[in-house]
Design a protein around this ligand. Structure first.
Ligand code: HEM
Length: 499
């Protein structure tokens, strides 16, 4: 009896010792990082601008850093070399997305593109890239974009003649919304329902920090009341999207659609298996929830990104009048002063493209890219990355890395791109505003086109001044963290007619 007790004790002791050594070994192999508190980990130390906090921490712990956010092991990546390891060398291992509560309740869970995984996501993404956002489809809406930009130019002209201050943030935000809605739904404004209003409500909720995403055991308690709000907003959103789809179905059935087929038309055709043979597999999988979820994903991904970027770039140009002047001189040279900018002019505007790259370097609108998740246990650069780790690529920190960008990394100098071959399309890991690899942005062509077109038109048609009594030094450059990082203040400017 005593002997068997002794054996059991020895067995337990050896087991515990083995587990302790293994765990310590695994802990040791994790990338370096702050230890954090029990249960919450480092969550309480992230501050209101986590990209800046991660940047500071990475100076101490290095470009591959580990920390715990609640119970979620997280890896923060902060150099081009490290980003290449996660987004190219081991891209397939990190191409998953974590499941988030906001998506589950407001965007039909696993049915869209931005937060789905596996085979379904591969099929949806292929369809979105090859059909919905293909260059031919984007180009077929050129006339629509010309009309929408033209309307805003006319409004600003009136303000210029009257010498009024223009809220450029509101004007550009409205313009990008209208262009996106016409591309997606075939119409910009609809008095019967307030899709813009409800989407703003959903954005605001989705941008709030939800503790339950990081400490799942707290989910049933709904401590912040967010689950209840997600459900309420999700319900309102669903009713509107249903109405939009029904209308599109009727138009398709009765053949009353006269203009270009919009994105919702394309998705309905696919779900009814009327689409091309390329997407037969997806046609079997896609249903009404998928259509609604993809609509939400496109609205979310397209509007705030493009609009926020234009706002930041105009702000930088106001602070750097020499760069503004160079853009306008280029426009005069390429376009002249007796007509508006056309999309076909854009590839010739090389300096404007440098300004956009520099704007995206200093203000990557999605500073931490989308959240990636490790599909399995994997070793990267000698470090153990546990399955289900959250991978956070700090594009904001990479864009400010003085080892890459030199001692003037924090200054706005578009000319740095006249010598450099670094581009922003995801091949160069020094500049990642659209991400890279399997999860890289599929709307990059449309996003860039909208940003180039709107900026070119605003700089070509108008000179811009700050309201009386304000100077460039007064411009508040504070960021606000959410789904994107806009400037905390709206951009208010006085336009003067230029052409
Ligand atoms: C200047 C404008 C834009 C910027 C800066 C931008 C940036 C990004 C970034 C950083 C990501 C995440 C990449 C990652 O997680 O690694 C992303 C994903 C995505 N973007 Fe964009 N985007 C822009 C415009 C657009 C537009 C116009 C659309 C569609 C019409 C779009 C659709 C998407 C979608 C669907 C995803 C998710 C892809 C997936 O998870 O597979 N984006 N974008």
């Amino acid at each position: 009896m005593i002997l068997s007790l002794a054996f059991s004790f020895l067995f337990l002791f050896l087991g515990a010792a083995f587990w302790w050594i293994l765990d310590a070994k695994q802990r040791k192999l994790l990338p370096p990082g702050p230890r954090g508190l029990p249960i919450v980990g480092s969550l309480l130390n992230l501050g209101s601008l986590p990209h800046r906090t991660f940047h500071e921490l990475s100076k101490k712990y290095g470009p591959i850093m580990s920390l715990r956010m609640g119970s979620v092991p997280s890896i923060v990546v902060s150099s081009p070399e490290a980003a290449q390891l996660f987004l190219k060398t081991h891209d397939s291992a990190f191409a998953a997305r974590p499941q988030m509560e906001a998506v589950a309740h407001m965007s039909y869970g696993n049915n869209g593109i931005s937060f789905t995984n596996g085979t379904y996501w591969r099929h949806v993404r292929k369809f979105v890239v090859q059909e919905l956002l293909a260059p031919a489809k984007v180009n077929s809406f050129r006339g629509m974009r010309r009309d929408e930009v033209g309307l805003v130019v006319e409004e600003i002209k009136k303000a210029a003649v009257a010498g009024e201050v223009v809220n450029v943030s509101d004007k550009v935000g409205g313009l990008i919304e209208n262009m996106t809605f016409r591309f997606l739904l075939g119409r910009s404004k609809d008095d019967r329902f307030d899709l813009k209003g409800i989407m703003t409500e959903a954005f605001t909720l989705a941008g709030q920090f939800n503790l339950a995403d990081f400490v799942p055991s707290l989910k049933p308690l709904d401590l912040q009341g967010l689950t209840r709000k997600y459900k309420e907003t999700g319900k309102k959103l669903d009713a509107m999207l249903e109405l939009i789809i029904e209308e599109h179905e009727q138009n398709l059935n009765t053949g009353t659609r006269t203009n270009n087929r919009d994105i919702v038309d394309e998705m309905i055709s696919l779900s009814k298996n009327d689409s091309s043979v390329n997407h037969q597999e997806l046609a079997k999988l896609i249903d009404r929830s998928s259509i609604k979820s993809i609509m939400i994903d496109i609205i979310t991904a397209a509007i705030d990104t493009s609009f926020t970027l234009i706002e930041w770039i105009l702000t930088e140009l106001m602070r750097h009048p020499r760069a503004m002047k160079k853009c306008q001189e280029e426009l005069t040279c390429v376009v002249g002063l007796d007509r508006l900018v056309e999309e076909t002019d854009l590839p010739k505007l090389e300096y404007l493209y440098m300004v956009i790259k520099e704007g995206m370097r200093l203000h990557p609108i999605v500073p931490l890219l989308g959240p990636h998740e490790a599909k399995e246990d994997i070793v990267v650069n000698g470090y153990h990355i546990p399955q289900k780790s959250r991978i956070i690529v700090n594009a904001w920190a990479i864009g400010r890395d003085s080892k890459v960008w030199g001692n003037n990394a924090l200054e706005f100098i578009p000319e740095r791109f006249s010598e450099s071959k670094i581009d922003l399309r995801g091949r160069d890991f020094e500049l990642l505003p659209f991400g890279s690899g399997r999860r890289g942005c599929p709307g990059m062509q449309l996003g860039l086109l909208s940003v180039q077109l709107v900026l070119a038109q605003l700089l070509h048609c108008f000179d811009w001044e700050l309201p009386h009594g304000k100077s460039a030094e007064d411009m508040d450059m504070t960021e606000q963290f959410g789904l994107t990082i806009p400037r905390i203040e709206h951009l208010l400017l006085v336009p003067k007619l230029r052409i």
